[in-house]
Design a binder for this molecule. Sequence first.
Ligand code: SF4
Length: 309
Amino acid sequence: MENSYKYLFGPVPSRRMGVSLGISPIPERTCSYSCVYCQLGRTKHMQSERKLFFPVRDIVDEFIHYQKSLQKLDVISIVGEGEPTLYSGLGELIDKIKEISDVPVAVITNSSLLADSAVQNALLNADIVLPSMDAYDEKTFRKINRPHFSVKYEDTQKGLIEFSHKYKGQLWLEIMLLAGMNDDDASLSKFAAILPKIKYDRVYINTPVRPPAESFAEPPSKEQIQKAVEKLSAISIDMLSTGNFFSDVSDHYEAIKNICQRHPMNSFELETFLSSRNVADIETYKKRLEEDPEINCIKYKGITSYRLK
Ligand code: SF4
C-alpha cells in the first residue's frame, strides 16, 4: 500500500481524545485477553509475557517521518491491535516521543499487567492512561475478558489501584458494559464499590458499537447505560460525537484499506471519509470493498463494517 506505515495508523477520530495518531508497538492481535466484545475478532497471539517485538528506534523513526506531514494532532495514542503494555520497550518509546513532540501521549491498556512494577514505571511519563475495568470479580473477568491463564483478576485489580496512586497524569477508566454480563443493578453496585479505591479523573462507559468477536456481546439498553452513568458518575462514550478519519495515502481505495487495516470502519464513516475527499461514486467503493478478498464485510445491527482480514 502506498506510503503506509508499519507502526503508525490514522489519524483516526477518537470520541474521547479528538484527532488521534495511533502507534502500535505489537504484532497484530497480540493480547493477554480475548474479550468477547473485541472489535479485532478473537485474539490470535495470546500471551502475558512482555517482549521487545520491534526496535524502539524503528517506531520512533516512523514517527519522525510522520511529523513532517504537519497534520494537526490532539493526541498520540499507543494502542496497538492488542495490548500495548506487552511491548517491553514501552517506557523508552513514550520517553523518546515526548522528547521530540509536544502532543500529549496516551496509552490504552486492558490493565492485565498493571501489577508488574516495570509496566507501572513504563507508564509513569504518559500524559493519559486509559485502563479498562470490565469486571468486578474473577467470574465476570473470565466471562468477559477471557484472559491468559496466568492473569488473575485479583492481581489486575491490585495493580490498577496501586498504579493509580503512583501515577501523576490523567487516568481515565473505561468500563465496557455488556447486556446480561455486567450491566444489571447488582453489577453496577459492585463497580461503584470498587471505584473509591482507585484514584482516577474520569470514568467512561463504553458499549460495543462495532462487530464484536462474539455475537452474544450485546450493548445494554439505553436505560441501563443511563443508570450506569448516574451511579458511577461516568461519561457515556456513545453520547460523545465522533469526528472524521484521515489518511495521507492519496489513492482513495488504498487509503480506506490502510485505515481498515488498523481500525474497522462502518458505512457511515466510509461515506463521511469519501465525501471529505470529494468522491462522488461512494457506492462503487462499497461494492469494491464487498468484493475484495482481503476485506471482511460484517453486517451488525443493520450497519455494515469493513475490516481487513
Ligand atoms: S484487551 Fe482489547 S485488544 Fe485485547 S482482546 Fe480485549 S478488546 Fe481486544
